[in-house]
Design a protein around this ligand. Structure first.
Ligand code: CP
Ligand code: NVA
Length: 313
């Protein structure tokens, strides 16, 4: 059965089947392998992506914008001060108006309900460019990176160590969908959402994969193929950052932790990184680290996704 995502939204990794994820990764790898061919073909010529940001960004903004350029389309950056989503204008009206101009909308928001409301009223696909609850585009890039380094996904074990946040939630769904085991190691009180845990574990079990939470960093990292971390305080949690440092002490990716993983385990971080907190600098620069391939792959993975959503894959 061929994969058809035309007109669909991309709000959560839960919403994509394993087959759909793998099709997007195949398209992304093809786009990455032959940049010139795809640029000449300009598959999104005449199409515009509206990018709505309530929070800062380096990778998401630049990867979507350069990605649209490579596909022959155009992207418009709408900063948090251009229009205050839900304040100057309702989310409903923004969705309707942007749909009259743009062919795709990408939004980085605080509450996940905002991206859901955009999708409810938009008449074009809406892509979640990060909400407080999920970061699905990041996980498409992560899976592409793991597959490049390891050759396959099913049966591998990923250990995410740190805050049970938006990135952790999307990883849990994404790993489960492709049959990867996923272990989330968090300090007490910072575990991922319980519903995400039960849903992702149920999804994974169909492919023989397990999604679970660990409390002990060494046990969580044992025999992992992938070690992943993210900041201890996400955007919007800055006031809590100092208090979190004490609670997350011991939950760092460093040479000691890597001894528990497989010797060829790769290291991922969605970036931005706070070196010395969730990961030490030297570990981030070892040959096992794929963090900058991962950053580059945001663009390729999103380009594959956009081609599918636009019906041009
Ligand atoms: N990883 C990621 O989403 O980076 P930005 O916050 O810089 O977009
Ligand atoms: N969890 C982080 C991810 C940044 C890409 C945040 O939400 O700030």
């Amino acid at each position: 059965m061929s994969v058809d995502l035309r007109g669909r939204n991309m709000l959560s990794m839960k919403d994509l089947s394993g087959e759909e994820i793998l099709a997007i990764l195949d398209k992304s790898a093809d786009l990455k392998a032959d940049r010139e061919k795809h640029f000449r073909a300009a598959p999104l010529a005449g199409q515009t992506l509206a990018m709505v940001f309530q929070k800062p960004s380096l990778r998401t903004r630049v990867s979507f914008e350069t990605g649209m350029t490579r596909l022959g389309g155009h992207a418009i950056y709408l900063s948090p001060v251009d229009f205050e989503l839900g304040k100057r204008e309702s989310v409903e009206d923004v969705a309707i108006v942007l749909s009259r101009y743009a062919d795709l909308i990408m939004a980085r928001v605080f509450g996940h309900a905002i991206v859901e409301e955009l999708a409810e009223y938009a008449t074009c696909p809406v892509i979640n460019g990060l909400s407080d609850f999920e970061h699905p585009c990041q996980i498409l890039a992560d899976l592409l990176t793991v597959r490049e380094r390891k050759g396959n996904l099913k049966g591998l074990t990923l250990n995410y160590i740190g805050d049970g946040n938006n990135v952790a939630h999307s990883l849990m769904y994404g790993c489960a969908r492709v049959g990867m085991n996923c272990v989330i190691t968090s300090p007490s009180g910072f575990e991922p959402d319980a519903t995400v845990l039960s849903e992702s574990n149920a999804i994974g079990s169909e492919l023989g994969a397990t999604v679970r939470v660990a409390m002990d960093p060494a046990e969580g990292a044992r025999d992992a193929d992938v070690i992943y971390t993210d900041v201890w305080a996400s955007m919007g949690q800055e006031a809590d950052a100092d208090a979190r440092k004490a609670k997350f002490s011991g939950f760092q990716v460093n040479a000691g932790l890597m001894k528990h993983a497989k010797p060829d385990a790769i290291i991922l971080h969605c970036l931005p990184a706070h070196y010395g907190d969730e990961i030490d600098y030297d570990t981030s620069r070892t040959a096992n680290s794929a963090i900058f391939d991962q950053a580059e792959n945001r663009m390729h993975a999103q380009n594959g996704l956009m081609l599918y959503l636009a019906g041009r894959a």
